[in-house]
Design a protein. Structure first.
Length: 275
């Protein structure tokens, strides 16, 4: 028997599911995967990968040889399951097809995400620092969300393929092994993308450091050029009677000396490629 219901309709399953298990389903206290004597119970939070602002929606599945019940609140998922149930007669095939359809667009989405991260890396020098920093934060947040999602599925399929209660026939068990491998690939892709974003962040930080070093270099050069002028000012600022004070060309001489010192320092710095 197949049923697709919302959490508020769980009471309809009283004649099919043990009362204690039913109570845990109502309280949403189901583990990711539970291998019961004659059934399997699994639960996970589904993320709409195409809508980053959407809240996760919990899905609870009760699976036995006779019955397959999907319990969730997300209307999009309910419609997806209803379509699959009409196409396949066996519980094993329905469960497999449900997860297969659920993950069908995921790899394309992750490849698109990788291209966006690569574009951000290529345009790192062109984008404003605020824009680049904001992009890195958004990508990290999205990858954390996906990592959490695929960790759940990875754990579930590892338990399903163990088949402790022999609910899945050997003929269909290989299909779930395929799904297990697919989840592993998706999870590995997310981890690789997370490392990619980390590299982009390090490149961004290196760019910031380079610009700061350039700025400090400019300040250092300016300070070095004006240090001799500070010495001249200090020398002539002393309260001593100097011969230059009575010289008609004393003032132009100090001005000329200051200009010559600036030009000389600039030439020396240019020659040594200090700026």
């Amino acid at each position: 028997m197949h049923k697709i219901i919302s959490l508020s309709q769980v009471k309809e399953l009283e004649q099919y599911i043990d009362e204690a298990i039913l109570g845990r389903i109502e309280a949403q206290q189901v583990e990711r995967f539970e291998s019961l004597e004659n059934a399997s119970l699994l639960s996970f939070d589904w993320y709409d990968i195409f809508n980053q602002k959407a809240e996760p929606s919990q899905i609870i599945i009760y699976f036995s040889q006779e019955n397959l019940f999907f319990i969730c609140e997300e209307e999009k998922l309910l419609k997806k399951v209803q379509t699959i149930v009409k196409e396949f007669p066996s519980n094993e095939k329905i469960l497999f097809s449900f997860f297969a359809e659920l993950m069908k667009p995921d790899m394309d989405y992750l490849e698109g995400l990788e291209e966006q991260i690569a574009d951000m890396e290529n345009n790192l020098l062109l984008n404003s620092k605020t824009e680049c920093a904001h992009g890195i934060v958004l990508f990290r947040k999205e990858l954390i969300r996906l990592k959490k999602y695929y960790e759940q599925l990875n754990s579930i399929f590892e338990d399903i393929t163990e088949n402790e209660n022999n609910l899945i026939s050997q003929e269909h068990l290989r299909f779930f092994t395929v799904l297990d491998n697919r989840v592993d690939r998706l999870f590995s892709t997310v981890l690789n993308l997370r490392d990619f974003v980390t590299q982009v962040r390090e490149a961004y930080q290196a760019q910031i450091d380079i610009e700061q070093n350039r700025l400090m270099k400019v300040f250092t050069v300016i300070t070095s050029i004006f240090m001799p002028l500070t010495l001249i000012v200090g020398w002539y600022g002393m309260n001593l009677k100097m011969p230059e004070f009575s010289w008609d060309f004393g003032y132009p001489f100090v001005i000329g000396l200051s200009v010559i010192v600036c030009i000389f320092c600039t030439i020396i710095f240019k020659k040594n490629k200090w700026f």
